[in-house]
Design a protein around this ligand. Structure first.
Ligand SMILES: C[S@@+](CC[C@H](N)C(=O)[O-])C[C@H]1O[C@@H](n2cnc3c(N)ncnc32)[C@H](O)[C@@H]1O
Length: 389
């Protein structure tokens, strides 16, 4: 089954992808009769047509989401899958024991190189040596992404795509970014590479994490790569201080109120942009109370998910009150597909009326869910929002 998943994923992500059809339902009575995926103009997306017994559902979805969330499910529902690219046809046959047989036919002159199959419209292409990807173990020294790290490779590219969206048209000279809770720093190295080597900006990045051994390891790799202005510092987000101007703050998958500490840091430094992927949300989990939603909140799983949504809504609304435009975007995550909401925030011109309206709306929302968040308390204390409202 894993081989089938990999074969289909590779073809879906290939530049010449045309069509993928799941057919021959395993259960004759099943509602879903076939699924047809076809290429659209955006290379990161596909059109998905679900042919049901009485009607068809058509939607456009992101390829990565389809691969993470639907592909294995369809492979258990259909006996056949046929994938067509400009140069090849791959047929996957699946038996009742979910064992698969994969047959690939070349339909055009093929140069025989792996690049043909795997070349993606990525900022960091597969098949092209990239020293930092090699150093962090995502790519082999031959320039090809290791099969075991393909998901991480896609995540890095997805992250850079979202960063590039912000900075592609901006002329930057000097730039300082801080990455809180950087962990093994795959994305921090990627960020440095993007600014230094792709955009050719005089970048400096500080990565912060509470794990000393991770910090030592990352500093060693930065030195090996001669990434001179990338440094990693041991410590808590809450305690980190710097006198340097900060342009961009990133916090990806840091726990609970650590994301709020990163937001507060960004506000203190008037960062122009921020990107957050919040992780577990313990703070509001116990506070959440809403009479009308008691049937929902009595279930632990629903409460967890609702807490995540309420926490992120609270953050976006407070950030709007503090003069940021906030976009909520799906971010493909390696470890936690359920925790893949990325908040992308850009400072906009201050407008008192707009900020007050945002704060008023926040207060109504807060009352509805009976919450008293740490972030609001800190924002009031540090006078980022008006204390009398
Ligand atoms: C799940 S990892 C994410 C690593 C990386 N940002 C990524 O997305 O690939 C979370 C990291 O945040 C760090 N962390 C969590 N809370 C922190 C805090 N309050 N201060 C500093 N680091 C923290 C942890 O040590 C861990 O390495």
């Amino acid at each position: 089954m894993q081989k089938a998943i990999e074969a289909i994923s590779d073809q879906l992500l290939a530049v010449g992808f045309e069509k993928c059809t799941f057919s021959s339902p395993i259960k004759k009575s099943q509602e879903l009769r076939s699924v047809v995926l076809s290429a659209v103009s955006n290379p990161l997306e596909i059109k998905a047509e679900l042919r049901l017994q009485k009607h068809n559902d058509i939607k456009t979805i992101v390829k990565d989401d389809f691969i993470s969330n639907h592909l294995s499910e369809y492979l258990t529902q259909f006996k056949q899958c046929l994938v067509k690219t400009k140069s090849a046809e791959t047929q996957i046959l699946i038996n009742k024991k979910l064992k698969s047989k994969i047959i690939t036919k070349t339909t055009q002159q093929d140069d025989g190189s792996k690049a043909h199959n795997r070349e993606k419209k990525y900022l960091l292409p597969d098949g092209e040596e990239c020293p930092f990807l090699i150093a962090i173990g995502v790519m082999g020294s031959d320039g090809w992404v290791k099969p075991t790290h393909y998901k991480k490779f896609r995540q890095i590219n997805r992250f850079l795509e979202l960063v590039d969206d912000l900075y592609r048209t901006q002329e930057l000279e000097v730039f300082h970014a801080v990455d809180f809770g950087c962990g093994k720093s795959y994305l921090t190295f990627a960020l440095y590479h993007y600014f230094k080597n792709i955009k050719q900006v005089d970048i400096s990045i500080t990565g912060i994490d509470l794990k000393q051994e991770v910090i030592n390891h990352c500093n060693k790799i930065a030195e090996e790569l001669s990434f001179e202005r990338l440094r990693f510092v041991h410590g808590f987000i809450h305690d980190f201080k710097t006198d340097d101007p900060v342009d961009f703050v990133v916090t990806l998958h840091a726990c609970d109120t650590a994301t709020d500490d990163a937001i507060l840091f960004a506000l203190r430094h008037e960062a122009k942009q921020m990107m957050f992927v919040p992780c577990c949300q313990h703070e509001l989990n116990k506070q959440l109370e809403n009479e009308e939603s008691s049937v929902l909140l009595k279930h632990g799983i629903f409460r967890d998910r609702m807490t995540a949504i309420v926490t992120d809504t609270m953050r976006t609304q407070l950030l709007e009150a503090c003069g940021y435009k906030v976009q909520t975007i799906e971010f493909t995550s390696l470890e936690h597909t359920a925790k893949n909401i990325l908040l992308r925030c850009v400072k906009v011109d201050s407008d008192k009326k707009r900020s007050q309206e945002a704060l008023q709306k926040y207060l109504g929302f807060k009352q509805q869910w009976n919450i008293n968040p740490y972030l609001e308390k800190q924002l009031r204390e540090e006078k980022f929002i008006e204390s009398e409202l």
